[in-house]
Write a protein that binds this ligand. Sequence first.
Ligand code: PXL
Length: 275
Amino acid sequence: MKKLLTIAGYDPSSGAGITMDVEIFASFGFHGLSIPTSLVIQGPKGVNDIYPVPYPQFIQMVDVIDGLAIDGIKIGVLLNEAYGEIVWELLKRKDTFSVIDPVISAKNGMRLLSDRGIESMKTMLFPLADVVTPNIEEASILTGIEVRTIDHMKMAAVAIKEMGPKSIVIKGGHIDGDPVDLFFDGSEFYMNKKKRLDKAVHGTGCIFSSLMLSYAVAGLNTKEAFFETSQAMERLFQSCYRIDRDGYFYVSPLPLIGRSMPVKKPSDSVSSESI
Ligand code: PXL
């Protein structure tokens, strides 16, 4: 069985971070390995606080999985440059397909990556990445270009390509006009236009990047993985739900499982139906 690793934050509400990543990997039939950088104290109303996983224990966890053959790695909340350095060493050693989701802040503005962490991510991690997947706020911070339109997204993608990743996705859910996701492989731009979603969904960045990794490890090339991911996000949003009376909406990867495998209803042993 293929093994995918996520190194990211832990979200006790399971909407984002390593729990969600492992759910996505499992929905493809992959074994998920997960190493938390941080405990992100949050529920459906947003992030209250963030605490680092103690650094020596983080290193111990990396050491434990180091002996395993890993088929793909996803990086999310990195916290700071010290955690970044350990991840850099791991990515260099493993030389496997990698997706970096350059998470900088939570939706409510709580910082999840320090300024020096941003710099080391750009200079050390991006050159090792197959794909980096910023949203427009992150693309703006990474490049200094205020990204609000498709043209800005293209300019930012070119600027991020110069930092060394093989390809870039910019998630344009919040640009002026219709939302669009952009993929840039260094020579061509590809776009997937989407319908505007009127709900605030938690964890979208994590879901996007772990889907992208999963589709790539399942055998699609990076461009195909981009289109599958961008379209799968829209399908998943259709069945988003609340875990409380109010607050953010959550997404389950269950509909993905339904698409790839028929699910039998307990009462119905003859016919089966996708959900
Ligand atoms: O979407 C940013 C993000 C990523 N990872 C974790 C998070 C959040 C935002 O809340 O908690 C663990």
